[in-house]
Design a protein around this ligand. Structure first.
Ligand code: DGI
Ligand code: FE
Ligand code: FE
Ligand code: FE
Length: 187
């Protein structure tokens, strides 16, 4: 699938600001993929599709989780965590996308996971550092991102967990698993 076809497929599902975020994630992810030797075209498509389910109604996402192979423990955590897994499911069902590496990168783009592939890492990190983002500590993550893929992801994961803890938010186990695995890979 070509870039313009993919963009035309996601556009109707996103608000304008989210579409612009998607374009910036795509551009950032392609640069990371080139730097770290990841399949650039697959990265481009994964980035374009990563927030495909972002605006599905919470009740619809809940039904998809209940009625599919998706992990049921998601239902005990914030619905912000649902659009990645549900997005991967719907990309397959609605658009017929079958590339499992791409689908997994979409599935895990919010939390990360234990054994992140380089494609997972590039999408996870591009989503965090794209030029439209403003998070505390972001400049250091941006610098690290171009130095070492694992270090960049580790810092993004650490910042996310620290931020969530400062807000007394529960943290999904996969988010911790990603942090732990990245800690070992980066050290
Ligand atoms: O969809 P985007 O806004 O582009 O970004 P995203 O898919 O990375 O979602 C980011 C949100 O998800 C951000 O507000 C932090 C939150 N998040 C990530 N991991 C966890 C989490 N929220 C909770 N409650 N628990 C987590 O483990
Ligand atoms: Fe997202
Ligand atoms: Fe993210
Ligand atoms: Fe995103």
């Amino acid at each position: 699938m070509e870039r313009n076809e993919a963009l035309a497929l996601v556009k109707p599902h996103l608000k304008q600001e989210r579409y612009e975020h998607t374009i910036r994630v795509m551009e950032t992810a392609i640069q990371l993929a080139e730097m770290y030797g990841v399949d650039v075209h697959k990265t481009e498509l994964a980035a374009i599709f990563h927030d495909y389910a972002k605006y599905r109604p919470v009740e619809e996402m809940k039904r998809w989780i209940q009625s599919s192979y998706l992990p049921k423990d998601l239902l005990h955590y914030h619905h912000e965590l649902w659009h990645g897994p549900v997005g991967a499911l719907l990309l397959e069902r609605e658009l017929g996308i079958e590339d499992q590496e791409l689908l997994e990168a979409v599935h895990y783009h919010t939390t990360g996971r234990t054994h992140m592939t380089d494609l997972d890492k590039v999408i996870f990190l591009a989503d965090y550092i794209e030029p439209g983002r403003k998070f505390p500590g972001l400049e250091q993550v941006r610098e690290a991102a171009w130095e070492d893929l694992n270090k960049g992801c580790w810092m993004a994961s650490k910042n996310t967990i620290s931020f969530l803890m400062s807000k007394n938010q529960p943290i999904y186990p996969e988010t911790f698993y990603a942090y732990n695995a990245l800690t070992k890979q980066y050290k």
